[in-house]
Design a protein around this ligand. Structure first.
Ligand SMILES: NC(=O)c1ccc[n+]([C@@H]2O[C@H](COP(=O)([O-])OP(=O)(O)OC[C@H]3O[C@@H](n4cnc5c(N)ncnc54)[C@H](O)[C@@H]3O)[C@@H](O)[C@H]2O)c1
Length: 269
C-alpha cells in the first residue's frame, strides 16, 4: 500500500475531490484527518475512511483563519501522533464577471483558496519540518494556468496555488518536506454540478477534452496519493496536470460555455 501507516490531512474533504482523496488515502493505508467547514458532510467522509479500516477524525474549520489552521495541525497531531502529509483543496467557487466582482467576493475566494492553502500548509508543514519528512499537495486547476472568462478571483487563487507549491518545494525540499501542485481539468463534483446539469452543455464540456470525456474525482485522487507517497520521493516543486490533455488543447476556448450555472463567453485562444 502506498500510504501504509501515514497520517494525512485533507482540507475540503467533505466533498468531491477532497472526499475521494481521503477515501483513497485510507484505502492505501493512511489514517485521515477530514478537515472542512461542513461538519455533517465531513462526518460522512470520516465514515467512508473508517469503512476502509483506517482511523478518521473530523476537524470542523474555516481554512482562511490562521487559528483554525493551527488547531487543525494540533488536533491531527494529538489524534495521530504526527502528520505525514496534507492535501489542500478547500474552496468556494464564486463565478463572476470582472465588472461585477465585488471586493467581498474577491476576498472570500482568495482568503479560502489561496491564503487558506498557505495557512494550512504552514501549520501542518511545521510538524513535518520538525521530523524532516512530509509531503504537501495543493489542488490547483488548469484554470490556474489558463484564463477562464467569468471565473472571477478563482483563477487568480488557482494560479497562486501553483506558485505556493513551487515556493514550499524550493524552500522546504532540502529539509525533507516536498510540495507539489495538482491541476485537475473538468470533474463533476458538487462544486461543478451546475455546469453538468444540461446534457448538451455536459457533452460540450467533454468535447473540449482531447480524451473526449471529463474526469472523475477518483482520478484526481490517484495523483494526490502518488504525490503524498514515498514513491514520489524525488518529485518536488512540480505541477501535474490531470485533465485528459485539456490545457494543451486549443479546443477549450469555445464560446458560450457554462460556468457555475451562468452562461459565459470564453475568449478565442
Ligand atoms: N471539480 C472540478 O472540476 C475541479 C477542477 C479543477 C480544480 N478543482 C479543485 O479541486 C478542489 C476540490 O474541488 P471540488 O470540485 O471537489 O469542490 P467541492 O465544492 O465539491 O468541495 C470543496 C469543499 O471545500 C469545503 N470548503 C469550502 N470553504 C471552506 C472553508 N472556508 N474552510 C474549509 N472547508 C471549506 C466545502 O465545504 C467542500 O466540502 C478545489 O480546490 C478546486 O479548485 C476542481
Amino acid at each position: 500500500m502506498m500510504l501504509e501507516g501515514k497520517k494525512i490531512i485533507v482540507t475540503g474533504a467533505a466533498s468531491g475531490i477532497g472526499r475521494a482523496t481521503a477515501v483513497l488515502a485510507a484505502r492505501e493505508g493512511a489514517d485521515v484527518a477530514v478537515a472542512d467547514i461542513d461538519r455533517a458532510r465531513a462526518e460522512e467522509t470520516a465514515g467512508l475512511v473508517q469503512a476502509e479500516g483506517r482511523e478518521a477524525i473530523v476537524i470542523e474549520m474555516d481554512t482562511s483563519k490562521a487559528a483554525d489552521a493551527q488547531r487543525m495541525a494540533d488536533e491531527a497531531t494529538a489524534a495521530f501522533g504526527t502528520i505525514d502529509g496534507i492535501v489542500c483543496g478547500a474552496i468556494k467557487l464564486q463565478p463572476a464577471k470582472l465588472e461585477e466582482l465585488t471586493e467581498e467576493g474577491w476576498d472570500r475566494v482568495i482568503d479560502v483558496g489561496l491564503k487558506g492553502y498557505f495557512l494550512c500548509a504552514q501549520a501542518a508543514g511545521r510538524v513535518m519540518l520538525e521530523k524532516g519528512s512530509g509531503s504537501i499537495v495543493f489542488l490547483s486547476s488548469v484554470g490556474g494556468v489558463q484564463a477562464y472568462n467569468g471565473a472571477g478571483a478563482y483563477s487568480v487563487a488557482k494560479a497562486g496555488n501553483v506558485m505556493l507549491g513551487n515556493l514550499f518545494g524550493v524552500e522546504w525540499g532540502g529539509r525533507g518536506v516536498r510540495a507539489n501542485t495538482v491541476l485537475p481539468g473538468q470533474v463533476p463534483t458538487p462544486m461543478t454540478a451546475a455546469m453538468f446539469d444540461d446534457p448538451e452543455i455536459a457533452a460540450g464540456r467533454a468535447a473540449v477534452v482531447p480524451m473526449g470525456r471529463v474526469g472523475k474525482p477518483e482520478e484526481i485522487a490517484e495523483a494526490c496519493v502518488f504525490l503524498l507517497s514515498d514513491r514520489a520521493s524525488y518529485v518536488n516543486a512540480a505541477t501535474l496536470k490531470v485533465d485528459g490533455g485539456q490545457a494543451e488543447s486549443k479546443m477549450m476556448h469555445t464560446p458560450g460555455r457554462n460556468w457555475g450555472g451562468k452562461k459565459m463567453e470564453y475568449s478565442a485562444a
